[in-house]
Design a binder for this molecule. Sequence first.
Ligand SMILES: Cc1cc2nc3c(=O)[nH]c(=O)nc-3n(C[C@H](O)[C@H](O)[C@H](O)COP(=O)(O)OP(=O)(O)OC[C@H]3O[C@@H](n4cnc5c(N)ncnc54)[C@H](O)[C@@H]3O)c2cc1C
Length: 453
Amino acid sequence: MQYDYDLFVIGAGSGGVRASRMASQLGAKVAVAEDLYLGGTCVNVGCVPKKLFVYGSHVSEEIEAAAGFGWNIDQVEFNWPTLRDNKTKEIQRLNGIYKNILSGAGVELIEGRAVIKDAHTVVVAGREFSAERILVAVGGWPKVPDIPGAEHIISSNEAFYLEDFPKRVMVLGGGYIAVEFAGIFNGLGAQTQLIYRGPMFLRGFDEEVRAHVKTEMSQKGINLRFNINIVSVSKLDSGELEVKLTDGTKSIVDCVMAATGRTPKTEGLGLENTAAVIDKRGCIEVNDSYQSAEPSVYAVGDVIGRMELTPVALAEGMALVRHLYADVPINVDYDNIATAVFSQPNIATVGLTEERACEVYPQLAIYTSSFKHMKHTLSGLQERTFMKLIVDRVSDRVIGCHMVGSDAGEIIQGIAIAMKAGATKAHFDQTIGIHPTAAEEFVTMREATRLIG
Ligand SMILES: Cc1cc2nc3c(=O)[nH]c(=O)nc-3n(C[C@H](O)[C@H](O)[C@H](O)COP(=O)(O)OP(=O)(O)OC[C@H]3O[C@@H](n4cnc5c(N)ncnc54)[C@H](O)[C@@H]3O)c2cc1C
């Protein structure tokens, strides 16, 4: 049977671009369909613009710290359209780079929404394409709570393009996106509250990390409100939003942003025309080779709901096409994947939390350190850095490493390599630190804070 393509990829996001480019380089005839933006969520409404906004909002702290270092900054003014539009220009530049990457690799880009017609056929804007294999890399889409006045609630997608910068913001949610946006809005000068229905945000992170971040965010002026939810939102004649909360109170704000989860973008994709199975979260079920129940249909990235992170989507896309077109066994290792939250201060983590480690290992040593970063001895800021190592006392292996503090992601990335290589606490102790840095604390923690088991 002759097909138009060896591989038809749906979605030119993190996973889709990497998979299509590599498959083409390995000799496959590849097309990729994209209906919104090149580069997907990460480049357009995710990691990249978010990090640019985090940098932008953190400038306010640098300005606050400046006086202690002898700088007299008389007039300080923040201009939202400048930040927003500079960010958009950078995204457009990246979109162009993605286009060139695809064409340079010989991948055909087909613009429009793709619908799967059958196991080997995809339809885009009325045109039919046949392919030996179809790769679904459609990512996800933000969910907004289904409550009266939901039309007044924005998601992270819109937060990147706000016409006016709001004076008062309510962020809903307890995950990393909510925490990051609360920090962004607060740093840029909005009166910010974070509303979370549970008792504590950042579920799944180490308890001490969560507690430390809670203290720091509160100290920076964010109003953290737990065990509370919103009931409704209504727009007043003044244009302000009145939010009713479950404790019976009302709050008047200019912007309500929900970061209450994301849904895989499988609706209307035509998967029902194949044997592929969608689970109750809306994710496509795949086996260890990213193959769905329909043998010619594969899926990677957020749409399979394993770990919704860009580097994971990239790794899955790469592993799949190497497997299909170079006969390399699938080798994605989901253990010890380091992650960061670009809250202010940053969080970064690799390996197990203390709570999880206690379930798995009988004897643990926990090393913790909480200290004022050298910078803040003069900055006047009260921010404290927190570091934690979790060690299996039987093997001496470091099985968890956590940090809350400036550049945590940059520091933990290196430690993740050491942990992948099986580093023990003795290896950490034998490592001579770089002085003066905050990171050296990770190799100078000698006394366990507590022993478990
Ligand atoms: C606010 C925010 C911040 C984030 N920050 C980070 C971070 O700091 N670090 C990190 O690692 N991850 C972060 N992520 C997660 C990261 O963006 C995703 O894990 C990653 O983009 C997933 O890649 P993907 O290839 O699965 O999907 P996506 O990148 O979402 O790409 C899917 C693409 O498919 C297209 N598409 C969908 N349906 C169709 C169709 N039917 N036809 C044609 N095209 C279609 C979409 O338009 C999109 O371009 C963040 C996400 C958000 C929302």
